[in-house]
Design a protein around this ligand. Structure first.
Ligand code: AHR
Length: 653
């Protein structure tokens, strides 16, 4: 009897749940807070071959023979030829001391370069070659360059005479006749003779904006498509170095690329299971190029500087407090380099490099992922000097490697009353953490520094494909979490997924936002989430409520909404975490949107385990459709496990 009584109650409950109206109120007339223009940005670090071998378009590995093993990346080329190769170290050429001496007595004798896990060569494209050389003979020495594919077939070639006994720069180009995924370049002397060569370099002609010493255009385009609010550079742990000697020093990364001192990339030896012995930093992509990139993207440049501390996971080396001044001076000089006019020392250098206009640096980070007293002690010294001299530049301080725990609590306790404009928080956690933390900032302290969610990514299980950890499960959890960041836009002013780029054949860390090889590139589901948020950022946060409360997981729905006052739009982001479709009723209240055509962008996947690969790049990509708003209401069906971004034109909020 008891059972019989319970059944109707249960059924009514289930039916009520299934048919309960999901009435969502959109209050565009009640803006809560401005959305920071910097809200969604990108975090760039030279990890996973992101710079050398990636964004930096140089195709020759170890072009200046400065790797500790001077011929790493190069091989003797001997095709019925004889000769010899010497590596010469000449102190007065410092910091690029070494060069190669090539002597050929007959036949084809020279060098071949393997590129960064091969050279990506596109059919019909032009590739610019440059090198410095001097002839060891009276008569000119003809240098032959050619691209070969993985079968050894020539797919483009050229020759150029080296006609001077003095060091001189030479330039030529190859038009390729075929595509090669893992091509190589061969260099040899056509006639018997000898030559000294250095900085043997090949760039695609079509770099981003056709700049010499430029960037891979397809990779930059992916960033441009995101419309990021800021570009954080150059990292990441790379800022810290394993030891202080190996830290990132911006002054050594500007000016003539030939004079930028190469150092080991710390990710070379970071993970024993992922050693990358050929990973070095040429700094061809240096601070000037980073500033240009941010400018090109219309994003705020956000450099992070070393604060006198090497990575605490490695040597944890600290510069003594009495020796901290040069580090602080580097920060002062960087601000002058970015913003000073041509009458200042560093502003003059920027002008000479080709950029008389300032870069308008507004935000600067001190230290990457440091923790404990030693960090706060050093940060406060920077703060004292920087705020005094440049009060207009906002400082980013850090809260360590975890989003909670004793170091995190200690940092926040110290920084709450500091003059830091932002505190950088990092979270690399499982998807469930992101769902649990969708409310993380709802009850955060509103006074004091704002939040910079500077590095985050949902980490799922390992899988053989490089790109597999970037599955839809992780991206969906991030999307739900990001509605929480947006809902707290009054205190969350910046956020960036990390890391940004990874080469499928040379990665150390995953997941990553964008994967590439030498020819191709693929956006992960996480990339499309970032792009949907960043390109629909809006200008003001507005209330979005269901039964009077924010959308933070009830009925598996997460959501947030903004208005864009320039574009005159209401933008609603909804994440349906349920495995079922759900219809919601959006009520626009006092804002008259009746009859307007809404644009609906949907991102979903067949399965939560789905991910994009270079071979199958469009498995998880957004699609869109238009629908008319009837009677000031819209009832979109939220697909199972989906992110939906709805844009409704609205003349007056
Ligand atoms: O994003 C990869 C690494 O994670 C960064 O270099 C570091 O800041 C963090 O530990």
């Amino acid at each position: 009897m008891k059972r019989l009584l319970c059944l109707p109650i249960l059924l009514t409950g289930l039916l009520f749940h299934a048919f309960a109206q999901k009435n969502i109120i959109v209050q565009a007339d009640k803006p809560i807070a401005p959305i920071s223009p910097t809200m969604w940005g990108v975090f760039f670090e030279d990890i996973n071959f992101a710079a050398d071998g990636g964004l930096y378009a140089e195709m020759v590995k170890n072009r200046s023979f400065e790797f500790p093993a001077p011929l790493m990346g190069w091989r003797e080329l001997k095709q019925k030829g004889t000769g010899r190769i010497q590596i010469i170290n000449e102190v007065e050429r410092a910091p690029n001391n070494r060069y190669v001496r090539l002597i050929s007595s007959q036949g084809i004798y020279g060098l071949s370069n393997e590129g960064f896990r091969g050279m990506g060569i596109h059919s019909g494209k032009k590739y610019n070659i440059s090198f410095v050389a001097r002839s060891l003979n009276q008569a000119p020495v003809n240098i032959h360059f050619e691209f070969i594919n993985h079968n050894g077939k020539t797919i483009g070639e050229t020759s150029i005479p080296v006609n001077s006994k003095e060091w001189k720069e030479y330039k030529t180009a190859i038009q390729s006749t075929d595509t090669a995924q893992r091509g190589k370049m061969q260099v040899w002397i056509e006639n018997a003779g000898g030559v000294d060569m250095d900085m043997i370099s090949v760039f695609p002609h079509d770099t981003w904006k056709n700049r010499p010493n430029g960037l891979r255009a397809d990779l930059v385009q992916m960033l441009a498509d995101m419309k990021p609010g800021f570009v954080r550079f150059p990292g990441g742990c790379i800022v810290e170095g394993k030891e202080l000697a190996n830290r990132y020093q911006w002054k050594k990364t500007i000016g003539d690329p030939d004079k930028r001192e190469l150092i080991m990339n710390r990710w070379n030896v970071e993970f024993r299971h992922k050693l990358t012995p050929d990973y070095y930093q040429s700094f061809g992509l240096g601070f000037y190029e980073y500033f240009l990139l941010a400018e090109d993207l219309g994003a705020e440049p956000l450099p992070i500087l070393n604060c006198g501390m090497a990575c605490q996971y490695n040597s944890a080396e600290l510069v003594s407090m009495k020796d901290l001044d040069p580090y602080i001076q580097d920060a002062l000089d960087l601000i002058e380099f970015a913003n000073g006019d041509a009458n200042t020392k560093w502003g003059k250098l920027r002008t000479e490099l080709g950029h008389p206009a300032p870069f308008n640096l507004k935000i600067l980070g001190v230290g990457n992922e440091q923790w404990d007293e030693q960090y706060i002690e050093r940060y406060k010294e920077f703060e004292k000097v920087l705020i005094e001299k440049y009060p207009e530049v906002k400082l980013v301080s850090g809260s360590g490697p975890s989003p909670d725990g004793k170091w995190f609590d200690y940092a926040w306790a110290q920084l709450k009353t500091s003059k830091a404009a932002y505190v950088d928080e990092h979270y690399y956690k499982e998807p469930q953490w992101f769902l649990n933390n969708a409310t993380r900032y709802d009850n955060y302290e509103r006074k004091g520094p704002k939040i910079f969610a500077g590095e985050y990514a949902a980490h799922t299980k390992e899988n053989p494909d490089a790109e597999s950890r970037n599955n839809w499960e992780s991206a969906l959890a991030e999307a739900a979490f990001m509605t929480g960041l947006e809902r707290n836009a009054d205190i969350v002013h910046m956020a960036s997924y990390a890391p940004l780029f990874a080469h499928v054949d040379a990665w150390q860390w995953r997941p990553d936002l964008i994967w590439f090889d030498n020819l191709r590139i693929v956006g992960t589901p996480n990339y499309y989430v970032q792009k949907l948020f960043a390109s629909n950022k809006g200008t003001k946060l507005i209330p979005l409520t269901m039964n009077g409360t924010s959308l933070i997981g009830k009925d598996s729905i997460y959501g947030s909404a903004v208005i864009d006052e320039q574009k005159k739009q209401i933008i609603i982001k909804l994440v349906n975490l349920s495995h079922q479709r759900q219809t919601v009723n959006l009520n626009f209240g006092k804002s008259n949107v009746k009859g307007n055509i809404a644009n609906v962008k949907v991102l979903l996947a067949g399965k939560r385990e789905d991910y994009n690969t270079l071979d199958s790049p469009e498995k998880v990509t957004p699609f869109e459709y238009q629908t008319a708003v009837k009677s000031n209401k819209l009832s979109p069906e939220l697909q199972a496990s989906s992110l939906t971004v709805i844009t409704v034109p609205c003349k007056k909020f």
